[in-house]
Design a protein around this ligand. Sequence first.
Ligand code: PMP
Length: 286
Amino acid sequence: MTRTVYVNGEYLPETEAKVSIFDRGFLFADAVYEVTSILDGKLIDFEGHAVRLDRSLKELDMASPCTKDELLEIHRKLVELNAIEEGLVYLQVSRGSDGDRDFVFPSADTKPTLVLFTQNKPGLADSAAAKKGAKVISIEDIRWGRRDIKTVQLLYPSMGKMMAKAAGCDDAWLIEDGHVTEGTSNNAYFVKGNTIVTRPLSKDILHGITRKAVLRMAEEAQMKVEERLFTIDEAKEADEAFTTSASAFVMPVVEIDGQQLGDGTPGPISKRLREIYLEESRAAAI
Ligand code: PMP
């Protein structure tokens, strides 16, 4: 089945979808994005993603391409047209183009480019990777200073994943001024006793939609949450560690920089949080 994608008001086969070579998303990474997961054919935390998209657009003075209700309709239609039971919807808004390359933003009446496509991922929830747990390395965080805006400037995170792969690992945690910021595409946590530690929100990290939900669920389950700066050495000495993201939910981490955590298998708190998150998210999906 050919995938149907959405580009600026049209639903098209992926082979026929086109965006200008002058689009600022392509030339300047002048674009923001969201990834919403689908379980049982329904969207997980659509509201959270829509609110964050709006914030990213406002922070960059970028026009909103459509209303939240229209966005929801596009998401649902793509899920239906592509018969997605488990997978993702990728959405990208760029500042568009007025037909040439120029550092200066185009005039305010230039239409943003809106692109959405689905990714079919059977087994997303019942994931073998989550049962095994991830191995991470730590690398320096050399990204720009507005990581709270979800831009498509993902070259360094991609390089980080490649460095992890080259080291026989799954992902990288980023370190700035001696403290862990986050993972290449996820928020980072460690667990010591009954306490979950993660970095507080600021411009240094993405304000994860999954982070917000998981921290609320952890507190509801009587787990203690500490939002503070932490070092990679603290995480290496922890009982367990995990990451959160919309596309991998709660992912246990079993090794950091070659040091095994606990018995080298996903820890009980990480596993429990993954279960609670999946159960509650499925129940609230729309
Ligand atoms: N941090 C970074 C750098 C990310 O790219 C992501 C995923 N896009 C996250 C955190 C997790 O955010 P969310 O839970 O909203 O997917």
